[in-house]
Design a protein around this ligand. Structure first.
Ligand code: HEM
Ligand SMILES: [Cu+2]
Length: 544
């Protein structure tokens, strides 16, 4: 039965932690939502910024990192003839390092010594232990990347001249991005922040720190996206009973995302001072360049839908949509996730535009944006994956009852996210700031005008928490209680008459060099400028 017990245990542990993080993070999200709507005053020992820091870290770092790594390790186990014992050991070491890191990070957050949000921008300074915790997390994730490289390299050595199986190819892309994206944030934390938070140096170069953070942060976003895309290209067609779209196109999309990614970081810093407009423009150009592979994906996906539905007897101009498996949560969740990416991506293009970003920067619009992209496109895809991955690793089956629960969960999540992120986008346009606990600014008329929309935020947030509970229940059920049995790892075959994929797609060494050249093009000049023309640095501040 597909996966060995040892490999299954590894992925099970990663997925379990991911959904515990969803549960805790979701509950905190509700507290925030109710507070923002003016319905709940948080006690002083649990203030808004503490909750927000934990919510962000649990969902943006723990949930996504553990899910992505657990999923791709199951992929490699399935695709590459099992994990090498050495690799399994590395992945467990990574697991341990990350858990140590998260425990060490949670303690100062709970104690109120680290309400610095998941972005931990200097000059806000947390207790040093918080940053040491981040180092553990980085080391843990690096270990998993290296484990992935070893397993893929071993397979390639034994299968000379062959293409790495498609899902493991996605895994390679993700681990390459992850490995390189962690370099700048590791430098930020180890070289700049830790000595400063201990007081060994008096000041920090704020712009340099922010830039190193976003070289990582922006890439992280696209790592989640690439992970979700892997399910769209490879798993969804199989669940529909069809075949994949062009193998070559799929691999080119992966390469494009890997090569062009890291270079978009400044679109998070459009408002930051001290960066030449030409450099910002370059980053915006590179950010929009990533829209290109995304459009290729959208096109390929809808081609798969139509082709498969027509093969199954679908008729008419768009009447074929009736033939799609709407009652199957393994299809429905990633499908809605994909659709959500259309407005989500459009919002992202708006934010990458200098003039438009002036309106929405640091407002609730941004929060609405990433709940659509991450909370819908990515997380709903992860949910959809869980309905076969969890039974697969647990050697159990998806029952019709849990499938039905999943379909209900999917609709609750959809309505909840649409309401919540719709309200967030709207109040953002009306000027409501992000990362700010409830206030009416002394009953200022503009601030009061946000209140009706914030009600929808609270309703959406409440629905979402119901969704979180259903989803976590489904995962626990499939992991420990569902009937024993065999579940397939759904991988669609390539198209019948597809052309052969050119071998240059396997030249990772070359693509990494190209990636590093593109990164150098975007970062060498501004970073040199920040260091050579450094303004006076900043001492640490505790703003909360
Ligand atoms: C139960 C569902 C959820 C609710 C009710 C919720 C609600 C909220 C609210 C009200 C904010 C604060 C806005 C602000 O003051 O700036 C927020 C921030 C955030 N949420 Fe959620 N959210 C939920 C689920 C998620 C999910 C699934 C993710 C990602 C996987 C996520 C990621 C984030 C992040 C990264 C922030 C920003 C934290 C920061 O600014 O430092 N949330 N959320
Ligand atoms: Cu970005």
């Amino acid at each position: 039965m597909g996966i060995s017990n040892e490999d299954a245990r590894l992925t099970k542990s990663y997925i379990f932690v991911a959904f515990v993080a969803l549960f805790l993070g979701g509950l905190l999200g509700l507290l925030q939502g109710l507070n923002r709507a003016g319905m709940l005053e948080l006690p002083t020992w649990l203030n808004y910024y503490k909750v927000l820091t934990a919510h962000g870290l649990l969902l943006v770092v723990v949930l996504t990192a553990f899910f992505t790594i657990g999923y791709f390790y199951a992929v490699m186990s399935h695709n590459l003839g099992g994990l090498l014992p050495k690799v399994r050991k590395i992945a467990w070491t990574g697991f341990g390092l990350k858990i140590i890191g998260f425990v060490l990070a949670v303690i100062p957050i709970l104690m109120g010594d680290a309400s610095v949000m998941y972005t931990f921008y200097p000059p806000m300074a947390a207790a040093p232990i918080f940053y040491i915790a981040l180092v553990f997390i980085v080391l843990g994730v690096w270990a998993c990347c290296i484990g992935g490289f070893i397993n893929v390299a071993n397979w390639r050595k034994n299968h000379k001249g062959q293409h790495v199986p498609i899902l493991s190819y996605f895994a390679t892309g993700v681990f390459v991005l992850l490995f390189f994206a962690l370099l700048p944030v590791a430098v930020e934390v180890i070289v700049l922040i830790i000595p400063w938070s201990f007081g060994w140096v008096k000041t920090i170069n704020v712009m340099l720190a922010r830039t190193l953070f976003w070289a990582f942060g922006h890439t992280l976003v696209n790592i989640w996206y690439l992970t979700a895309t892997s399910a769209w290209y490879v798993i969804v067609p199989k669940i529909m009973g069809g075949r994949r779209w062009s193998d070559t196109l799929t691999r080119v999309v992966i390469i494009a995302l890997v090569v062009m990614n890291i270079t978009g970081g400044f679109h998070h810093q459009i408002i930051d001072p001290g960066i030449a407009p030409a450099v910002k423009f370059l980053h915006v150009f590179m950010s929009l360049a990533i829209g290109f592979p995304s459009l290729m994906t959208a096109w390929a996906m809808f081609a798969i839908f139509e082709r498969t539905a027509r093969k199954q007897g679908g008729k008419g101009w768009i009447g074929w949509y009736k033939k799609m498996p709407w009652g199957d949560v393994r299809f429905l969740a990633p499908f809605i996730a994909m659709v959500a990416f259309i407005p989500a991506g459009a919002g992202g293009i708006a934010q990458s535009t200098n003039q438009l970003d002036q309106v929405v920067h640091n407002t609730m619009w941004i929060v609405g944006h990433f709940h659509l992209t991450l909370g819908m496109s990515v997380v709903m895809t992860f949910f959809g994956i869980s309905y076969w991955l969890v039974p697969y690793i647990s050697k159990r089956v998806l029952t019709p009852q849990i499938n039905r629960l999943g379909v209900i969960q999917t609709w609750i999540w959809t309505v909840g996210m649409v309401l919540m992120s719709g309200a967030m986008h709207t109040v953002g346009l009306l000027g409501s700031p992000r990362r700010t606990s409830f206030t009416t600014y002394g009953d200022n008329a503009t601030a009061l005008s946000w209140n009706p929309y914030l009600l929808f935020l609270a309703i959406g947030g409440t629905l979402l928490v119901i969704g979180v509970i259903l989803q976590v229940y489904a995962v626990i059920n499939m992991m420990f209680f569902a009937p024993k049995g065999e579940t397939e790892f759904p991988i669609a075959e390539p198209e019948e008459d597809g052309s052969t994929t050119p071998y240059w797609t396997e030249r990772w060494g070359m693509w990494i060099v190209v990636m590093l050249l593109v990164v150098a093009m975007a970062y060498v000049i501004p970073i040199t400028d920040f260091i050579v023309n450094a303004p006076p640095g900043s001492p640490p501040f505790k703003t909360w």
